[in-house]
Ligand binder design. Structure first.
Ligand code: SF4
Length: 407
């Protein structure tokens, strides 16, 4: 998926996620959904909730102008299982939000839908063709293909699967690959294998989602060292290659660049003030609605991660309670307190990146780790944040040095 753009600290991209479908035939250990949730056969978001969500988000997008990009993602699982008519409908609904935001660039704007792209290739391609022929042309509709990293070398990803991906790319103009990282997936899929898989199958972007929940904590938080080494290596491969994009490394570079501009080399002090100064603007332009109609604050770290009950956090409110801005105004103080509380405890208190880390979504994983009994040892980061932020500082300072010394 795409990353936030910003100018002078103000986000110029509106990101909306609507969690309408949980059905999936996959078994990713790092998935945020439980096996029971994935068993469904129909959309999880009732029609009246979906319609109200679209109406609220359309008004919100119009109020957010001017924007460079607007993207709306229908998540979390396999939309192809819902059939072609449903997919055409969500494109039409999502396109209303995109148009309301009037993005200055349609190149990185659009409606995205998640899919595992499983099924008989001929049938899947027929369905995709029917969907493409049945939607308006002005707003792109882009597949986010979710890959279970444990099966990256499986024979099912043969020539026919590649044909399916390339066909989808020809139809929709772009196909992005998503993978849900778990300790098991890290062990069975090296960064180089994922890169080769993405390149071989014609993907333009690889989103790595590392999203610990209370239910998947054992799968996502049991080997932080292996996880961070994997993430650092994959990010290096992406930078070296140049023709495939991924989010988290570039996102952290932007966070650190802003921090150095705002605060010089001090990444730690004044955490609460820094959170209050930056997070409200982030959240106005990055929202998620779950299948019940709860409005969630959506943060970014390694992929997107929201304040949601599955992470032990309360929603901002419910879309029936008023406009997005009204719900934000009511829910924001408690949400900000939750961010600060995590960073005022344990190893975070003395960490040299405390304030900078607090304006990302890493606090959600910190809270999950502590609630799940995976409390950090003294002086140790509870997960992967510190090595990733440290790498972003090294890159940014190197670039600043290069820029300053250039003639
Ligand atoms: S980098 Fe780790 S230890 Fe430091 S503030 Fe973030 S989560 Fe806490």
């Amino acid at each position: 998926m795409l990353n936030h753009t910003s100018e002078n600290g103000m986000a110029t991209e509106l990101q909306v996620q609507i969690d309408d479908v949980y059905a999936c035939l996959g078994l990713c250990a790092g998935c945020v959904l439980t096996p029971d949730e994935r068993r469904g056969k129909s959309p999880d978001m009732p029609d009246d909730v979906l319609d109200l969500a679209i109406s609220r988000l359309t008004d919100h997008a119009a109020a957010m102008r001017p924007l460079k990009r607007v993207n709306v993602t229908f998540a979390i699982a396999d939309h192809i299982l819902m059939g072609g008519d449903y997919m055409k409908r969500i494109h039409a609904l999502g396109a209303r939000i995109v148009r309301a935001g009037a993005p200055s660039s349609m190149e990185y704007s659009g409606v995205f839908f998640t899919t595992s792209l499983v099924g008989k290739p001929a049938k899947v391609m027929e369905l995709l063709k029917d969907v493409r022929e049945g939607i308006e042309d002005d707003v792109p509709f882009i597949p986010l293909v979710v890959l279970d990293g444990r099966v990256v070398n499986a024979t099912k990803f043969g020539a026919q699967w590649k044909e399916m991906v390339l066909y989808a790319k020809a139809l929709f103009g772009k196909v992005d690959l998503n993978t849900n990282l778990s300790v098991e997936a890290c062990g069975s899929m090296s960064p180089a294998e994922l890169m080769l898989f993405a390149a071989d199958n014609g993907f333009d972007d690889v989103t790595v989602n590392w999203t610990p929940t209370l239910a998947n904590a054992n799968a996502t938080l049991s080997d932080n060292r292996a996880m961070s080494l994997w993430l650092l290596e994959f990010d290096e491969l992406v930078r070296a290659r140049g023709d495939i994009t991924t989010g988290y490394g570039q996102y952290l570079d932007r966070v650190v660049e802003n921090a150095i501009r705002d605060r010089g080399g001090d990444g730690a002090s004044g955490m609460a003030e820094y959170v209050k100064a930056l997070v409200p603007e982030t959240i106005r332009k990055s929202v998620e609605v779950d299948h019940h109609g709860n409005l969630l604050a959506k943060f970014e770290a390694v992929g997107d991660i929201p304040h949601a009950p599955r992470h032990g956090l309360r929603p901002l409110g419910h879309i029936s309670e008023g406009s997005v801005d009204e719900i934000l105004a009511r829910g924001q103080p408690a949400m900000l307190r939750n961010v600060m509380v995590q960073h005022a405890r344990g190893a975070c208190l003395a960490c040299e990146y405390n304030a900078v880390c607090a304006v990302t979504g890493f606090h959600v994983s910190t809270g999950v780790a502590r609630r799940a009994g995976k409390q950090e040892a003294a002086g140790e980061c509870p997960h992967v944040a510190r090595p990733l932020i440290e790498a972003a500082y090294l890159r940014t300072l190197r670039n600043f040095g290069t820029t300053n010394s250039s003639p």
